[in-house]
Design a protein around this ligand. Structure first.
Ligand SMILES: [Zn+2]
Ligand SMILES: [Zn+2]
Length: 201
């Protein structure tokens, strides 16, 4: 084989590599452009993960990771469980979860999710207890909401709380009452449990 043929083969190979490389790069660009969401560059977004510098102390790295986890779970709580991209509009009167507009509807000055609206409509609800709240002791009201949540989580008994107002004309004062409602058949069990829950504090 003479030199000219050798040079020709080598240069053909180099040309082939260049053409293949160029083609590969073109394909890569094409795929990359397709993967990019249309308006990604339009609104700048905060990075979801704090970049970890390699020289951070391991304990600090652990703490940053912990914070990221808390942030993620908070985000999950604030967004609709059925539509993770939709922020919660209102919380369900029974399960207390936040839902988006499409997943929650108003009823009786409260809101109920798709799962609990039928429960609300189909049952006879009865007053379990009434608590007068005052601005001097707002803790009482908070406690009732905590008890309500606990009853639902621990005992799976659905309840809801209505706020009633009464104007005390003589003393020019608005009285606020929190009324806890439960399904009629649950009321006896609930009254027993309420004693247990209330004796806890
Ligand atoms: Zn619900
Ligand atoms: Zn939703």
């Amino acid at each position: 084989m003479d030199n000219t043929a050798l040079i020709l083969i080598v240069s053909m190979n180099i040309l082939l590599i260049l053409v293949l490389g160029g083609f590969g790069f073109f394909i890569y660009k094409l795929i990359k452009n397709q993967q990019r969401p249309p308006q990604a560059s339009a609104e700048p977004q905060a990075p979801s993960v704090i970049p970890l510098a390699a020289d951070y102390h391991p304990e600090i790295v652990e703490r940053i990771k912990g914070l990221e986890k808390i942030k993620a779970s908070r985000r999950a709580e604030l967004f609709c469980p059925n539509h993770p991209d939709e922020p919660g509009e209102a919380s369900c009167g029974i399960c207390d979860h936040l839902f988006c507009k499409a997943c929650i509807k108003p009823f009786k000055a409260l809101h109920f999710c798709k799962e609990h609206m039928p429960l609300m409509m189909k049952n006879d609800w009865e007053e379990v207890l009434t608590l007068q709240t005052s601005t001097e002791d707002p803790e009482q009201g908070v406690k009732l909401y905590d008890i309500k949540k606990k009853i639902f989580q621990d005992k799976s008994i659905p309840t809801y709380i209505e706020t009633h107002y009464k104007i005390n004309v003589d003393q020019d004062y608005v009285e606020t009452y929190l009324v806890l409602f439960a399904i009629k058949s649950d009321v006896p069990v609930l009254k027993e449990n309420l004693e247990v829950f209330q004796s806890l504090h």
